[in-house]
Design a protein around this ligand. Sequence first.
Ligand SMILES: Cc1cc2nc3c(=O)[nH]c(=O)nc-3n(C[C@H](O)[C@H](O)[C@H](O)COP(=O)(O)OP(=O)(O)OC[C@H]3O[C@@H](n4cnc5c(N)ncnc54)[C@H](O)[C@@H]3O)c2cc1C
Length: 406
Amino acid sequence: MSQTDVLVVGAGPAGLTAAQELGRRGIRVTVIDEYPTAGGRLLGQLYQAGDHWWVGRQVAEQLLSDISGHPAVRLRLGTSVSGLERRDKGWVVEDTSGGEPAMARAVLLATGAAEIPIAIPGWTLPGVMTVGAAQVMANVHRVRPGQRGVIVGLGALSFAVAQELRWAGVDLAGIVMPPPPRNGMPGWTVEEEWRKMAHLAHLAPTWMRPLSSLLRRAGWRRRLLAGAPQAGVAVAGTRLRPNVAALAIEGDAAVSAVVLQRLNGHGNLVGEPWREAVDFVCTSGGLRPIPDLAAAAGAAMHYSWDGRYDVPLFGPCGDTTVPGLYVAGNILGIEGAAVAMAQGQLASVGILRHLLGKPDGFGPEADQFALQLAEARRHAPLVFDPAWAAIHEKVMADFQRETREG
Ligand SMILES: Cc1cc2nc3c(=O)[nH]c(=O)nc-3n(C[C@H](O)[C@H](O)[C@H](O)COP(=O)(O)OP(=O)(O)OC[C@H]3O[C@@H](n4cnc5c(N)ncnc54)[C@H](O)[C@@H]3O)c2cc1C
């Protein structure tokens, strides 16, 4: 059985940053990732953050170059971790390589997030993909997903990917809504969708930014709504169409059209459907953390009715309720890469404390990394889902209660 001090599952920004911090202190770390290239979701990220460009691939390359200076850190790619078992002296970690399981004194789970698909008629046709898949095609493999497409599902990620696709030379028919359930969308209003879009307008190029403050004013939103055409309103060159829903995707061997219909202010379908010619469709139902390994390892969890907010209870340094098991990054909730990196730094402190038997050690480092986490949140260019802030507060309070009582 191979031995290491720390086994990190996930070579995204959270896992790599933690490995870098631990490696520079001479701790033996093995990082396992099922993808053949390290970097996680960083690899596809490309957007304007304030006055500079965030090029995720370059951030990943920098992290990997830093790590290569620490001989105690090993990377194993193309291998999926399938099981964890706690023993007296640490963890036995099984993977899909067919080799011997690894033995580690501590485990960090940095498994990231998954996309939630939208199943509408025609969604299995070639040419239908999630926005994340389109992002990887365009930004990682430099392949256009098609000539003309539409995105179904409005959110921070779909807006960011729409911009990236346009930079890749793709013609987009805009971002439309998924079909409403039969009784309409309870509590849904077009106006609320426009309000959400105000949070996205800051991603627009500088000259477009004034639109953001206009969208935040109710009067302007109503004016924009009243005059909103079926073709949508362009924000930073992307047509946002929150009053149009995609009912079905059509095509024989591959996508050739999308069937659309107008939504009224309550989220009900009105008028007649029509077809628009497209050769690809991206769906964007949101992101959810991947907490399965934490749950399987026995960590106390916070569960939500639809699974979107299932996360392990966690403490300030990524501790879980199971000794020696740590978490960082999007497994804790959906935020950007800079936040995941700060969470990786904090988890490295938690792990050092565990390995060295100093539960209150490394106070200055913990304070500095907590500050960096707060800064990363303050300057986050994308806010995926504002609900996470309240969930984190509750989950951390539940963690304190569980560990005090335990
Ligand atoms: C489709 C998608 C697109 C995104 N686009 C953006 C964007 O444009 N901008 C932005 O700011 N944020 C984006 N995000 C959010 C993104 O997740 C964070 O920015 C950041 O990458 C999170 O870092 P992480 O290290 O927690 O996870 P990730 O970067 O997701 O890395 C997790 C890694 O864990 C690996 N893994 C998971 N399970 C296992 C297992 N069992 N065994 C082995 N390896 C495993 C995965 O292969 C992956 O490489 C996106 C997220 C997704 C899902």
